[in-house]
Design a protein around this ligand. Structure first.
Ligand code: ZN
Length: 504
């Protein structure tokens, strides 16, 4: 049996997003799990839509995700001569007039046809006018230098039937919905369909996994293969992925959502690539074992089976993205403790450049280690420790933010009395304090909620975060004491605590 060869064939017209990455991933998994080859093809023949720099960026992103192609990428814009040559071959065929013909219709005429179809509520279909041109007429057009395109003839009663690798038998007749389609444009560049078929053939592609939206194009592609007398690859169409039920992942609708669909965002924010791929596979099946959170790319390859892919639209459940990332970060930390700690240290230095002097606490390995060891921080990525103000108190002295609704006297009372305890930064003492407050006479009695809020304000400077007793215990007596004293001092001076440069 010949070697399995699959390809990922994006157009460099915008950012790679989850839909594209999923297509790449499933092709990659299929190749790796069958000892086949995974190739990359850049489909950049639409010169107006091609975005400069996009192709390089795509390659960097694939490299980052670990889906590395096995061969040098095929760049369509560098192969225009090949498509021309294939077109000539087609024209040389004895029965070429059954397949293709040049069309000299001016744009105005096509616009009129389109307009007329719309008026009559019919699908637009080119009326084949130029198919009837005589050799003499064609020569005359050529002599006058009239620009032309080449159209491919859709036979009226030739339905294309094939076995979709995912959806099973599929039948479609493109003639019912469209007219003879263009394969070569007036600028000498092939259209998507033409270049796609030729390259799949020239690259010896055996299997094509692509998005469901291409399913209706497949019948046209099969007709092109027939015209060339080539063997088509096997096709499998991946069901749509949705943002929520009935809602496509589309750039336009994205502004309302928190999680962007562009992969670049996740690279920038230091997500773990395996976690991102793992997340994509959580819906849609395709594995012999349950799709579990925490699976690496290697483990996905071992259990991949394309016949187990589901046929219904899959919803990307972004709630699971953080869960995946957390699992992969933990895994990585387990395998490479020193590497992860070093990465965290780099980030502290990047985000707090003026606070790395002296013996500052936040750069010590033991301190960083304890942050990573504490599950309660519930971070999904290292970047989480910096990209919101929830964790600022880990790196800087907190600012005591008091609102006008706060009971200042109660605040002062709790801080002052807490300071009377010796080992204030331990679970035992903290619990002891809570207990003692409960036993005060009914007028002064304090609830856990009241105490915790004051401690949070004092130690963290914000009122959200991990359980406060964990934080108290995490910082230990010295720091908790210092922060309490600082807060008290600010209260006495009746001013906001300002961020200080060193944490000592
Ligand atoms: Zn025409």
């Amino acid at each position: 049996m010949s070697v399995i060869r699959v390809r990922f064939a994006p157009s460099p017209t915008g950012q790679l997003h989850f839909g594209g990455l999923r297509t790449a991933l499933y092709n990659y998994l299929f190749a790796r799990s069958t000892n086949g080859k995974f190739l990359l093809r850049i489909e950049d023949t639409d010169r107006e839509r091609t975005v400069p720099g996009c192709k390089e960026h795509l390659q960097q992103l694939l490299e980052w995700t670990g889906l590395k192609p096995d061969e040098k990428p095929c760049i369509q814009s560098e192969r225009v001569h090949l498509y021309q040559q294939c077109l000539n071959d087609l024209f040389q065929k004895k029965n070429s007039n059954e397949y293709i013909y040049p069309c000299y219709c001016p744009i105005e005429r096509l616009k009129l046809l389109r307009h007329e179809a719309k008026r009559q509520n019919q699908p637009y279909r080119y009326d084949q006018k130029c198919r009837q041109l005589t050799t003499k007429q064609k020569d005359e057009y050529k002599r006058q230098g009239v620009p032309s395109v080449v159209r491919f003839i859709l036979p009226p009663d030739e339905s294309q039937v094939y076995d979709d690798l995912i959806f099973g038998q599929h039948e479609h007749n493109p003639y019912h919905t469209e007219g003879d389609f263009i394969i070569m444009k007036a600028d000498g560049y092939p259209t998507y369909h033409f270049a796609n078929v030729i390259d799949d053939h020239l690259m010896a592609i055996t299997h094509v996994f692509r998005g469901h939206e291409w399913q209706t194009s497949t019948s046209k592609h099969l007709l092109l293969y027939k015209a060339f007398d080539w063997q088509p690859p096997k096709y499998g169409h991946l069901p749509l992925i949705e943002r929520e039920k009935g809602r496509k992942l589309s750039k336009r609708a994205e502004e309302n959502y928190q999680n962007p669909i562009e992969i670049e965002y996740y690279r920038k924010n230091d997500f773990i690539p395996d976690g991102l791929l793992n997340f994509i596979t959580l819906t849609g099946g395709g594995f012999r074992t349950d799709t579990t959170i925490g699976k690496t790319l290697e483990e996905m390859i071992e259990t991949f089976d394309h016949t187990l892919l589901t046929r219904h639209a899959a919803i990307l459940d972004f709630k699971k993205l953080d869960v995946c990332q957390r699992a992969h970060l933990k895994r990585r930390y387990k395998q490479d403790r020193i590497g992860v700690i070093e990465k965290l240290r780099q980030k502290v230095m990047k985000y707090y450049p003026d606070k790395k002097r002296g013996t500052s606490l936040q750069l010590e390995t033991s301190y960083l280690e304890r942050i990573l060891d504490l599950d309660e921080f519930r971070i999904a990525t290292l970047e989480n420790l910096f990209n919101n103000d929830l964790y600022e108190y880990l790196w800087t002295e907190p600012v005591l933010n008091i609102s006008k609704d706060d009971d200042i006297e109660q605040l002062r009372f709790i801080i002052e009395s807490s300071l009377k305890y010796k080992n204030i930064g331990t679970y035992e003492t903290a619990k002891q304090i809570i207990n003692d407050y409960k036993n005060l006479n009914s007028k002064d009695k304090l609830t856990n909620k009241e105490i915790f809020k004051v401690w949070r304000l004092t130690i963290c400077g914000c009122i959200k975060g991990p359980p406060i007793l964990d934080i108290v215990n995490f910082f230990g007596t010295d720091i908790v004491q210092k922060r309490c004293e600082r807060a008290l001092d600010a209260l006495n001076k009746n001013e906001k605590l300002c961020e200080s440069v060193t944490q000592q």
